[in-house]
Unconditional design. Structure first.
Length: 268
């Protein structure tokens, strides 16, 4: 399957944006201006997915800065080679945007993930909607604004699966996948500290790959910070490899706060 009328990188980043939907989105010349109060910092990043002349890019940066300033947040731009305009990095650097975070966009064939999945004895529950028990595990691990994150989950429009590993009557590890046009994105991977090192994350990934295979998604993708060496290693065992590294440019253009670490998988 080939990506129609757009690069593979652009297609995957826009799938991810729909899988972790912002509260509001404006479009300017192909760019996505997003606002997501209370959610992970990267959910509100600008997706600069429309090319143009340097003057046109400057106008779109002006529009992004005005959009973010009106909402009291810094301007944060997601910089994915293959998806962003070639001139954009230099333009933002000249305007005082600092480079933030280093993230890996990774892909794998669903068949390979399944072939590498160990079949242990852990019990995994798959559901079409998040339950409060599933969400509580995620929130215990990632923290943040619980109400905002729960509302984000309820905004997801594409087919999704929510996996939870059960130890006795307790859910100890979770993850979710969202399927769209042949791809399944993996998000919200979280394991309680007491359950780590017992194969719980592997069981979640395997269950999500099973679900992807029967939902016409023959390829999978995820996003993980390079500094999260443990997670990068785990995903590599399942056949995930880097398609592109990407990063962010950020400037306080009248907002408050900033971009902290993404906390492992860019999951939302």
């Amino acid at each position: 399957m080939t990506e129609p009328a757009t690069s593979l990188e652009t297609g995957l980043q826009e799938r991810a944006a729909r899988s972790v939907p912002a509260e509001s989105i404006d479009r300017v010349g192909g760019w996505w201006l997003r606002h997501a109060p209370g959610c992970s910092w990267w959910v509100a990043s600008v997706l600069p997915h429309g090319d143009g002349t340097r003057a046109e890019l400057a106008e779109r940066v002006d529009a992004a800065e005005a959009y973010c300033a009106a909402r009291g947040v810094p301007t944060l731009v997601q910089m994915t080679p293959g998806a962003m305009p070639d001139q954009l990095d230099a333009l933002l650097a000249e305007r005082g945007y600092e480079r933030k975070a280093s993230v890996s966009l990774q892909i794998a064939s669903t068949a390979e993930v399944l072939a590498r999945t160990p079949r242990g004895e852990l019990r995994v529950r798959l559901q079409e909607q998040p339950t409060r028990e599933w969400f509580d595990v995620l929130h215990q691990v990632v923290g943040g604004d619980a109400e905002a994150q729960w509302k984000l989950m309820r905004r997801i429009a594409e087919p999704a699966a929510y996996a939870g590993v059960q130890l006795g009557d307790q859910t100890v590890a979770v993850g979710r996948a969202v399927a769209e046009t042949g791809w399944a994105g993996v998000f919200s991977m979280a394991t309680l500290p007491a359950a780590r090192g017992k194969g719980a994350a592997a069981a979640v990934i395997g269950a999500l790959a099973d679900w992807a295979s029967v939902n016409d998604a023959d390829r999978m993708y995820l996003q993980v910070e390079h500094e999260n060496v443990g997670a990068v290693r785990i995903y590599g065992r399942f056949g995930f490899s880097e398609l592109r590294p990407f990063y962010f440019r950020m400037k306080d253009t009248g907002g408050v706060g900033g971009a902290g670490g993404a906390g492992g998988t860019a999951a939302g």
